[in-house]
Design a protein. Structure first.
Length: 149
């Protein structure tokens, strides 16, 4: 699976990242379709360099994306089978806090760090987008211990 190959590349380069957004939901018991993978990265120069090297190794064309871009703005990688959004910052949380509270789980056979349920809720609340309303309902229900059906 391509996502596993991407995660292995990020891990091999010792990149500090946490999977956020809809790709992280199944870890907590809620799933919905998504078209991309959202990666929240530590915005240090060293880490952004590692992330860029991992993305290049995976096969993305980053000729127009610098290390500084990865540190300072959301980068959308499109026109590939596996689309990725790289976030150096996310409303409502800090990378250090999300990293400290991360949950290790698997996609296929590959272990990866995922945002914890509370952080996913904080991110969705802070984003304040109409499309996040249903996600918030489901995530809050999970936090209360209810099912998500």
């Amino acid at each position: 699976m391509d996502i596993e190959r991407l995660l292995r590349s990020l891990s091999a380069h010792r990149a500090r990242f946490v999977i956020i957004g809809a790709t992280a939901f199944p870890v907590h018991g809620y799933a919905r379709a998504t078209l991309d993978v959202d990666l929240f990265i530590e915005d240090s120069l060293e880490n952004a360099t590692r992330v860029r090297e991992a993305l290049l190794e995976f096969g993305y064309d980053l000729s127009d994306v610098s290390v500084d871009d990865l540190r300072t703005r959301k980068v959308l990688i499109r026109q590939y089978l596996l689309e990725v959004d790289v976030h150096p910052f996310v409303k409502g949380v800090t990378f250090a806090d999300v990293w400290q509270r991360r949950v290790e789980d698997r996609i296929g056979e590959t272990t990866a760090p995922f945002a914890c349920l509370d952080d996913l809720i904080h991110m969705k609340e802070a984003a304040g987008r109409p499309k996040d309303v249903e996600d918030l309902r489901a995530l809050r229900r999970l936090r209360r211990g209810g099912d998500h059906s």
